[in-house]
Design a protein around this ligand. Structure first.
Ligand code: FES
Length: 681
């Protein structure tokens, strides 16, 4: 029999197949994921593909109309009942007749749900841990008196080659009625964590059940974000978020750990609070999308180590001090009901592994999403919060650490700092000649010197400076010469501009008069210096471990990273030197990583391996941390050059401190001596 070349797009996987091979079968053999719920009976429509015709020179293949069989009976029947677009075929029915290019569409949304934009809409290749398997079970017969469940298991083996599955206990009492309700046709939801692990029947529905959902949830210390996703089409159906109710027990992580230490019921109260919020978010996404929570069969959670422990009901006290021991660092597999998450009775939960005592499952998810371990370039991934989680690496090696940045970047600890909310200054520019500022606030399009700003700002009110605004104002003050590279406000400028004024024993910069009066004090500058020095020192330790002096790419994750201007982050020396265009906000990378792990079990194995391979660095134990920290107190840095940044921004000339001056003198002297003493060759 002749073999034909078949190319699957977008994966590019290709192989040779005999005439008459169903496209679905060819895809399976090549490991190309094509959904199928009905097992090739032509009734679920999940296996749709598109054929591409023409000459594809790049791939050396000519695909023709005659390379695929005519519409078969199953397809005609399906097209009559449902809508099968003209260019679509059911891959379980269409046969390979010649060389063929097949496109796997990523939008096979049978029930036409509304797709929300809140989640990152990247296409995630699917191979979820839960499969929906339609079977027609043999009816009971007096001559072969086997039980309903046994005949169902036989059907699963025959049609889906799934043998010896475990059965979730709640189904034993349900199987009888479901089989009869479905007139002996049922759809079985099978959970299987890996190809080789034992399968488990987790739900049984009467007749064809052509939908199954999962949730992916990022439990942040400040906010919880949850996405409802179709396991069959991969589309995000609805998203919802809320603030973390644990805030009432403590603003930051360490105060929550202290709360547990001081209060006997503290851990339980916080565990209950976060689980309750998650259940409410599930209510919300189900209501928004009209989906029954009993159709949610899988769930993935990520969070920093303290959030991870509290969610699982583990005492986080050990994470409050050295050696920052995690109770469990590997991935956790559970039934959702075991942790009081209200989904389908048999629904499963997967929690990504934590990288280290301070670098959690959220950092693992961000790593999975951005994939430093999948690329040759040296990538730095930073999630800035009260504790910055940092991963630096490429395909050969990755290292990770965390740095105690404190809450200054989130608008706390500074005189006019506030959370990012309408009315907060988020962008600012200072004229280096006049030292006059112009700024933009959240909620108003115009800059403060543009028409229309006054009226709109009056409605909202100008209330303070948020994290990204703080970075910009201090960077602009440095670029305008208002503060020195050591962070000292230059009082002499008070003669030149009323914006600089004496404020106790130091000077401050006036951003805005009125109520509230917004100023940047010497203490504010110090708070940012301390935070950015902690972050940079952590990054620098990782760079030392990797033996690099600059990085190729920087990804800034999380809410703060999404709004910060990369150029200003570098001017302040928050991140190391890099080509400005290669510094990018990567948005909610942790949430997207969680969705990836939900939709494709291979990603779970990938991140488990990556986390095992990542070298963990404990910043507190590294002797050079202090030195890096001290150098990083300066803008952008006392010792590290920023040549790539200087191609875009003119930095003020560097000052030399007395130690550097001495070192420089010594170097010059030794160079002169070296020149004199060098032996002639
Ligand atoms: Fe169900 Fe093809 S597998 S229609």
């Amino acid at each position: 029999m002749t073999d034909h070349l078949v190319l699957f797009m977008p994966s590019g996987k290709r192989g040779n197949f005999a005439t008459g091979t169903p496209i679905l079968e060819a895809a399976r053999q090549l490991g190309v994921y094509v959904e199928s719920v009905c097992g090739g009976r032509g009734i679920c429509g999940r296996c749709q593909v598109e054929t591409q015709f023409g000459h594809f020179a790049k791939h050396g293949i000519t695909s023709e109309q005659s390379s695929i069989s005519e519409l078969g009976a199953k397809e005609i029947r399906y097209a009559e009942k449902r809508d099968l677009k003209e260019d679509r075929r059911l891959s379980c029915s269409a046969l390979i007749m010649g060389d063929l290019v097949v496109d796997i569409p990523q939008d096979t949304v049978i029930n036409a749900q509304v797709v929300r934009k809140d989640a990152d809409q990247r296409v995630i290749e699917r191979n979820s841990a839960v499969r929906m398997c339609y079977i027609e079970v043999e009816e009971p017969d007096m001559h072969s008196p086997s039980g309903d469940m046994d005949r169902l298991i036989d059907g699963l083996e025959k049609d889906w080659q799934i043998s010896n599955p475990r059965i979730d206990s709640h189904l034993v009492s349900e199987v009888q009625s479901v089989l009869r309700a479905g007139n002996w046709s049922v759809t079985v939801a099978v959970h299987q964590e890996t190809e080789k692990s034992q399968a488990e029947i987790i739900a049984i529905y009467p007749e064809l059940k052509n939908e199954a959902y999962g949730i992916a949830c990022d439990i942040g210390s400040t906010t919880i974000a949850l996405h409802l996703t179709s396991l069959l089409s991969g589309s995000n159906i609805a998203s919802a978020g809320t603030s973390n109710p644990q805030i009432r027990f403590g603003e930051d992580l360490m105060s929550r750990v202290s709360y547990v230490m001081m209060n006997p019921d503290g851990r339980e109260a916080m565990t209950k609070a976060v689980r309750k919020s998650i259940n409410e978010l599930i209510d919300q996404v189900c209501e928004d999308s009209g989906i029954d929570r009993h159709n949610i069969l899988d769930s993935v959670f990520v969070g920093n180590p303290v959030m991870h422990h509290l969610f699982l009901g583990i005492d986080p006290t050990e994470l409050g001090g050295a050696p920052f021991a995690l109770a469990v660092s590997g991935a956790v597999h559970l039934k959702a009901k075991e942790i009081d998450i209200e989904l389908n009775e048999g629904a499963r939960t997967y929690i990504l592994p934590c990288i280290a005592g301070h670098v959690g499952a959220d950092a693992a998810a961000a790593t999975l999403c951005e994939g430093p371990h999948r690329q040759d370039e040296m990538m730095l991934l930073i999630d800035v919060g009260t504790n910055a989680e940092i991963v630096l690496g490429n395909s050969s090696h990755a290292v990770a650490a965390s740095s105690p940045t404190g809450p200054a970047f989130e608008g706390a600890e500074t005189s006019c700092g506030q959370r990012a909310a309408p009315g907060a200054i988020e962008r600012i520019r200072i004229d280096p000649e006049t030292l006059e500022p112009r700024y933009r606030i959240i909620g108003v399009e115009q800059w403060s010197n543009e028409d229309g700003f006054e009226e709109k700002a009056k409605e909202i009110g100008i209330t303070g400076i948020c994290g990204s605004g703080i970075i910009e104002v201090i960077a602009e003050m440095y670029l305008a010469g208002i503060i020195s590279e050591d962070g000292v406000l230059n009082g002499k400028l008070a003669e030149k501009s009323d914006r600089i004024f004496e404020d106790g024993r130091t000077f401050s910069y006036l951003v805005k008069e009125g109520e509230p009066r917004i100023i940047v004090t010497q203490n504010d500058v110090r708070a940012i210096q301390l935070a950015k020095a902690a972050l940079y020192a952590g990054v620098k330790l990782l760079m030392d471990k990797q033996k690099v002096t600059s990085v190729d790419k920087i990804g800034l994750a999380g809410a703060f990273g999404s709004f910060i201007d990369p150029k200003y982050a570098m001017v302040l020396g928050l991140v190391p030197d890099c080509i400005v265009e290669n510094v990018k906000a990567v948005g909610n990378a942790a949430g997207t990583g969680a969705r990836m792990a939900l939709l494709n079990r291979d990603y779970r194995r990938e991140i488990e391996k990556t986390v095992r391979d990542i070298e963990k660095i404990e910043t507190a134990l590294e002797p050079s941390f202090q030195e890096h920290f001290v150098n990083a107190m300066a803008f952008p840095n006392k010792v590290d050059p920023f040549p790539k940044l200087e191609k875009t921004v003119i930095l003020p000339p560097r000052e030399m401190n007395s130690v550097q001056r001495k070192q420089s003198d010594q170097t010059q002297q030794s160079r002169r001596r070296g020149g004199r003493n060098r032996r002639p060759r």
